[in-house]
Design a protein around this ligand. Structure first.
Ligand SMILES: NC(=O)c1ccc[n+]([C@@H]2O[C@H](COP(=O)([O-])OP(=O)(O)OC[C@H]3O[C@@H](n4cnc5c(N)ncnc54)[C@H](O)[C@@H]3O)[C@@H](O)[C@H]2O)c1
Length: 245
C-alpha cells in the first residue's frame, strides 16, 4: 500500500475532515497519531483507524496553538513510533464578526490555531523528518475568495498558502514536500455551524457540498510518493465552486 511503513500525525482528528483523513491514511497503511484538543471519544476513533488497516494508532491531546504542546506531541510520536513521515495540519476554527467589532483576541484565537498551529508543526517536521516527508496543510477556498464577517479565518487560510510555499522551498533539499488543499464546503460540524449559511449571506447548492472523505482522498495522494514531484502546490477540492463566476 502507498503509505506502508509511514507514520502520520493528523491534527484536529477528533471529527470531520481530520477523522476521515486519519482513517484514510490508516487504510493506505500508515500508522497514525490522532491529535486534538481533548481525548473524549478518541478511543473509538483510534479503533476505527486500526480497523481501517493502520498497523497502529494512538491519540494525543494537543492544543495546536500552544508551541510547547505541539513539540510534546511530536516528541511522544517519536518515542512511540521512532519516525515521523507525514503531518496533516487540519485543526481549525472560525469566528464570525464584522471587522468593526473584531478585537485582538478574536484575531489571535483564529490565527493561533489555523496559522500558528500549522507553523509550529512545520518547524517540528524539520527537526524530526530525518528521511524526508510530506506536509499537507488544510487551508480553504477562503484563502482566495471569501464572504463577510470571517476576516481572521480568510487571512489565516491565505497565509497558510504562503507558509506552504516557504515550507516547500526550505524543505526541498531535505526531501520534505509541502502542499495545501483548499476544501470547498464539506459536510461537517464546522459547515453546519456557519451563520452565513443560516442567514443566506452564503449560498450553496447540493452539488457544492462534499464529504470529508473527498478531502481525505486528496490528502492521501499528496502525502504519498505518487505526489513525489508535487510540492508548493495548492489544490482546490471544492466540486468546482472556485471555478465558476
Ligand atoms: N467543513 C468545511 O466546509 C471546510 C471548508 C474549508 C476548509 N475547512 C477546514 O478543514 C479543517 C477541518 O475542518 P472540519 O470541517 O472538519 O471542522 P470540525 O470543526 O469538524 O473539526 C475541526 C477539529 O479541529 C479541532 N481543533 C480546534 N481547535 C484546536 C486546537 N487548538 N488544537 C487542536 N485541535 C483543535 C476540533 O476539536 C475539531 O476536532 C479546518 O482547518 C477547516 O478550516 C473546512
Amino acid at each position: 500500500m502507498r503509505l506502508d511503513g509511514k507514520v502520520a500525525i493528523v491534527s484536529g482528528a477528533g471529527g470531520g475532515i481530520g477523522l476521515a483523513t486519519a482513517i484514510r491514511l490508516g487504510q493506505e497503511g500508515a500508522a497514525v497519531v490522532l491529535a486534538d484538543l481533548r481525548l473524549d471519544g478518541m478511543d473509538a476513533h483510534v479503533a476505527a483507524v486500526c480497523e481501517a488497516g493502520a498497523p497502529d494508532a494512538i491519540a494525543i491531546a494537543c492544543d495546536v496553538s500552544d508551541e510547547a504542546a505541539v513539540a510534546a506531541c511530536c516528541e511522544e510520536t517519536m518515542a512511540h513510533f521512532r519516525r515521523l513521515d507525514i503531518i496533516v495540519n487540519n485543526a481549525g476554527l472560525m469566528n464570525f464578526r464584522p471587522l468593526a467589532e473584531l478585537r485582538g483576541a478574536d484575531w489571535l484565537a483564529v490565527l493561533g490555531v489555523d496559522l500558528l498551529g500549522a507553523a509550529f508543526f512545520t518547524s517540528q517536521a524539520f527537526r524530526h523528518m530525518k528521511g524526508g516527508g510530506a506536509i499537507v496543510n488544510i487551508a480553504s477556498v477562503h484563502a482566495v475568495e471569501t464572504t463577510l464577517d470571517v476576516a481572521p479565518y480568510a487571512a489565516a487560510k491565505a497565509a497558510m498558502l504562503s507558509l506552504t510555499r516557504s515550507t516547500a522551498i526550505e524543505g526541498k533539499p531535505l526531501g520534505i514536500r509541502a502542499n495545501a488543499i483548499l476544501p470547498g464546503a464539506v459536510e461537517t460540524k464546522m459547515l453546519r455551524g456557519n451563520p452565513n449559511l443560516a442567514s443566506g449571506a452564503e449560498t450553496l447548492t447540493a452539488g457544492d457540498v462534499g464529504r470529508p472523505e473527498d478531502i481525505a482522498a486528496a490528502v492521501a495522494f499528496l502525502a504519498s510518493d505518487d505526489a513525489a514531484f508535487v510540492t508548493g502546490a495548492s489544490l482546490a477540492v471544492d466540486g468546482g465552486r472556485l471555478a465558476r463566476l
